[in-house]
Design a protein around this ligand. Structure first.
Ligand code: MRU
Length: 379
């Protein structure tokens, strides 16, 4: 079950409502999400009391972005355990809610493994549920720490690649505090540049069709007082041609072992543009986004979304009376088929660097990535 509560935000900085919050009111434990479908118009919490409600929130993008999906998945297992539901069933449903962001399944498995281990050690249901929650909280905390370290490594890299300062950075989709236990991935680097006085402009792709750039990244940039400009995805080419982009900074949903990067659809065309215009194309993601089990880009499952997201104009949750399938304003003839992959895959040779909390892989190769993953396992 899910409920909605409106709460007011702060004037500056990240939203007053955290992207995700575990709570234990007298009625029982809940997972409260800042409902990203409603941003930027309203800051409303969506309160989930069971895994099916969370699965729906994930599918409809109330909660989204690779690192946050991992955290949500782990808390979802803890929620099922604490409420006495079938944990394995909940874990399977959560892990399968969206296929591309590997963090989701990783987060789910981590909490599920903690739950099972507690039983194996002779614990009872309550102790196993507590173990799942402890695992979710640890993942949440680690993601916040990883975010701060990625921001540091990313800013150092920018300063190395662009020694003059005054960076003009182009970003796609949304990669800030709304997708993380901390300040995010690519956006956290831009924010660090802003705080260091080295960000001249953040170019924000609107990110069709669900407008994560316009609705969410512009919202975060405005709250942080950053100099930003919104553009349609199609305007990026002329921006590069005008020499207005110093670097591209994006996040990732899954990075294959060979360094291929799956990220929000529209990332690959930016990588091609960046290469043509000799501009660095930088991917920022935690090590948990690297999937050694996925050998290459062709092996990454790309989520296909419903066609109405393209044939109708709507924010995910905005309903328009009398409208067609998705509740939005039709922008194509009735019955039009749409091609709507949520992500695309950029091959490693187009990626200048992958920034993780463990350091930077550049050039991007299977070996340079594996070295970062090994470093993280040694900690
Ligand atoms: O479909 P979404 O909004 O979940 O897609 C999110 C992205 O593509 C982000 O760029 C990606 O998860 C990286 S966020 C750190």
């Amino acid at each position: 079950m899910a409920d909605q509560y409106a709460r007011s935000g702060e004037e500056n900085g990240a939203a007053a409502i955290p992207a995700i919050r575990w709570d234990e009111p007298p009625e029982g434990p809940v997972l409260a999400l800042l409902d990203q479908r409603r941003l930027p118009a309203e800051e409303v919490e969506l309160v989930c009391t069971d895994a099916p409600a969370l699965v729906d929130a994930i599918r409809t993008l109330a909660v989204r972005g690779a690192p946050l999906l991992g955290i949500a998945g782990a808390y979802g297992v803890a929620l099922a355990a604490a409420r006495g539901f079938d944990v394995d069933e909940a874990a399977a449903a959560l892990a399968g809610a969206r296929p591309t962001a590997v963090n989701l399944a990783v987060g789910v498995r981590r909490a599920q493994a903690a739950y099972r281990a507690a039983f194996a050690d002779g614990g009872d249901l309550r102790q196993a549920a507590e173990a799942a929650l402890t695992a979710a909280r640890a993942l949440h905390r680690e993601d916040a720490e990883a975010s701060a370290r990625m921001a540091r490594h990313g800013l150092e890299l920018l300063d190395e690649l662009l020694p003059g300062g005054g960076h003009r950075l182009l970003t796609h989709c949304n990669t800030g505090a709304l997708v993380s236990g901390g300040e995010g991935t690519a956006f956290a680097v831009a924010l660090a540049a802003h705080r260091a006085g080295r960000l001249r402009r953040l170019w924000v792709d609107e990110t069709r069709p669900l407008l994560q750039g316009a609705r969410l990244t512009a919202y975060e940039a405005a709250r942080n007082g950053m100099a930003y400009t919104l553009l349609t995805d199609n305007a990026a080419g002329s921006l590069f041609a005008a020499g207005e982009v110093d670097a591209v900074l994006i996040g990732a949903d899954r990075i294959a072992a060979d360094g291929s990067v799956a990220n929000k659809v529209g990332s690959y065309p930016l990588a091609v543009l960046a290469r043509y215009h000799h501009v660095p194309f930088i991917v920022v993601a935690p090590v948990t986004t690297v999937d050694p089990e996925t050998p290459d880009g062709a092996s990454i499952e790309v989520e296909q979304r419903p066609g109405h997201e393209v044939t109708e104009f709507t924010a995910p949750q905005v309903q328009v009376a009398g409208a067609e399938a998705g509740g939005g304003i039709p922008v194509a003839p009735l019955g039009t088929q749409a091609y709507n992959p949520a992500f695309d895959v950029t091959p490693p040779e187009l990626v200048t660097a992958i920034v993780t909390e463990e350091g930077v892989a550049s050039p991007v190769t299977a070996d340079s990535l594996a070295a970062l993953c090994d470093r993280s396992r040694q900690v």
